[in-house]
Ligand binder design. Structure first.
Ligand SMILES: *[C@@H]1O[C@H](CO)[C@@H](O)[C@H](O)[C@H]1NC(C)=O
Ligand SMILES: *[C@@H]1O[C@H](CO)[C@@H](O)[C@H](O)[C@H]1NC(C)=O
Ligand SMILES: [Fe+2]
Length: 438
């Protein structure tokens, strides 16, 4: 790993109203680009991004006119407005380290952050940190995952929904606290997300606005803050993995049922067009699980995710059938505040294998810690479940090549001083990616 060579000097006064904060990165549809979003408390359309491969000489400037500057008002009592700025750094060389800084001369500049551009397809391993359901308070894993980022252990982070608990609390300031809590990680490693049920307030305004930088769709959504790009479901590649984010929430919020069909069409079209030579692994992630075993969420709610809203609308293939038809390797979810790793599951049945599984492998990793704390398993462990625990923790997913993926669960609950306490690990092996067969 490269040492951080630069000595960073903060130049801005922390009282400046336009001082940028909540800096975070996301991958885009193109591997030679990285999107960055940040916010300012004062209106400014002068914000820019400067970046380069030498931290003392950030030669590239993303002009303000090439960026998006969007006001966002929390619609609580205080009518609190902040301004979000999104820029896309392009022309990046695969696997190279870059340095960047966001801000403006009038408002002040952030510190200089570094990140690594997406790797070449075969620059294995590809290392992902995965967790769900992390609050602004009681974020039990955060010191551990920050250490992982400082040690350069993650190429991408995936937070499978329920962020902050809730963004809109304290008139939206709780959302700022959360975004600033994750900033030391999210400003250095792309922080990809799903929308969860705790993001429902104000018609999903906070999630939609705070994550404007996500790859998104060529369509828009409307929230209490107005129109914004549709980032509720999206896809992108990383190395040899194709990721698809879905919104399980459009299945549960009646006002959003118009998205059931749109999302279904998006997922099917996207799956149909995956080049399995280029990205043999397909990982779909969303907030609520299709299968779990802790409580009543695992009945009608899990059923609705499996159908993909099918019972509410006209009869297409269920989401679970789509995953089977197109050979989705993994479905990752949270929502249950525990960890439950399953084997292959299709239509409730399992062959209990992770070597050439004949159906999608399901994993729930929703125990990062938040004000709602743990969720116990009130039901017996089913055959489809390989390992489960309600201890706090996070997951690591390491793709070693086209056939071998290593999955680990790190517990942060007991003996919290023990870094790297892996309590579950498994090789998921697939030698023949593609449609599953009955
Ligand atoms: C987005 O969709 C509109 C209308 O369907 C189309 O005119 C436009 O070219 C699309 N833009 C991109 C970038 O695909
Ligand atoms: C893929 O990685 C696994 C685990 O490191 C290794 O055993 C296997 O030989 C690798 N396969 C190829 C084709 O390199
Ligand atoms: Fe949830």
């Amino acid at each position: 790993m490269l040492a951080r060579l630069c000595v960073f000097v903060l130049v801005a006064s922390p009282v400046a109203l336009a001082l940028p904060d909540q800096v975070h990165l996301a991958l885009t549809a193109s591997p030679d680009s990285m999107a960055v979003q940040f916010s300012t408390q004062a209106s400014s359309s002068e914000e820019t991004v400067r970046f380069g491969d030498d931290c003392d000489n950030l030669v590239n400037t993303l002009e303000s006119s090439a960026m998006t500057h969007a006001p966002f008002t929390d619609s609580g009592d205080e009518r609190y407005t902040q301004y979000h700025h999104v820029g896309v750094m392009t022309g990046l060389e695969t696997g190279s380290r870059y340095f960047y800084q966001v801000g403006s001369d009038s408002g002040g500049w952030s510190e200089v952050y570094d990140f690594t551009a997406a790797p070449a397809r075969d620059a294995f391993p590809h290392r992902f940190g995965v967790w769900g359901d992390m609050g602004a308070s009681n974020a039990q894993i955060i010191d551990f995952v920050k250490q992982e980022v400082d040690a350069d252990n993650f190429d991408m982070i995936l937070h499978v929904g329920d962020l902050a608990y809730d963004f809109q609390n304290d008139n939206g300031h709780n959302g700022d606290v959360f975004m600033n809590n994750i900033q030391p990680m999210a400003a250095r490693v792309p922080y990809m997300t799903d929308v969860g049920n705790h993001e429902q307030a104000q018609q999903f305004a906070h999630y939609t606005e705070r994550f404007r930088l996500l790859p998104g769709q060529n369509s828009s959504v409307s929230t209490d803050n107005g129109e914004a790009p549709n980032n509720w479901y999206y896809s992108h590649d990383f190395g040899n993995v194709h990721f698809i984010s879905i919104s399980t929430e459009v299945l549960f919020v009646p006002k959003r049922h118009e998205h059931i069909r749109k999302q279904h069409e998006f997922v099917e079209n996207d799956l149909k067009n995956v080049d399995r030579e280029k990205t043999p692994w397909i990982v779909v992630h969303g907030h609520r699980p299709m299968y779990c075993s802790c409580d009543a969420d695992c009945d009608s709610s899990a059923h609705r995710v499996r159908t993909g809203g099918y019972e509410l609308e006209r009869p297409w293939l269920s989401l679970e059938d789509l995953f089977f038809k197109y050979g989705v390797d993994l479905y990752l979810a949270g929502h249950e505040h525990n960890y439950e790793r399953m084997f292959d599951v299709y239509d409730g049945k399992t062959t209990q294998t992770t070597v050439n599984p004949p159906a999608t492998v399901h994993i729930v990793t929703g125990d990062a810690g938040g004000p709602e704390q743990h969720e116990v398993f009130a039901r017996d462990q089913p055959d489809r479940t390989a390992f489960r625990t309600d201890a706090y923790g996070y997951s690591r997913m390491t793709v070693h090549n086209d056939t071998h993926l290593y999955w680990e669960q790190v517990e942060t609950d007991t003996d919290a001083n023990v870094f790297n306490k892996v309590i579950d690990s498994v090789w998921i092996v697939q030698e023949s990616h593609g449609p599953f067969k009955q």
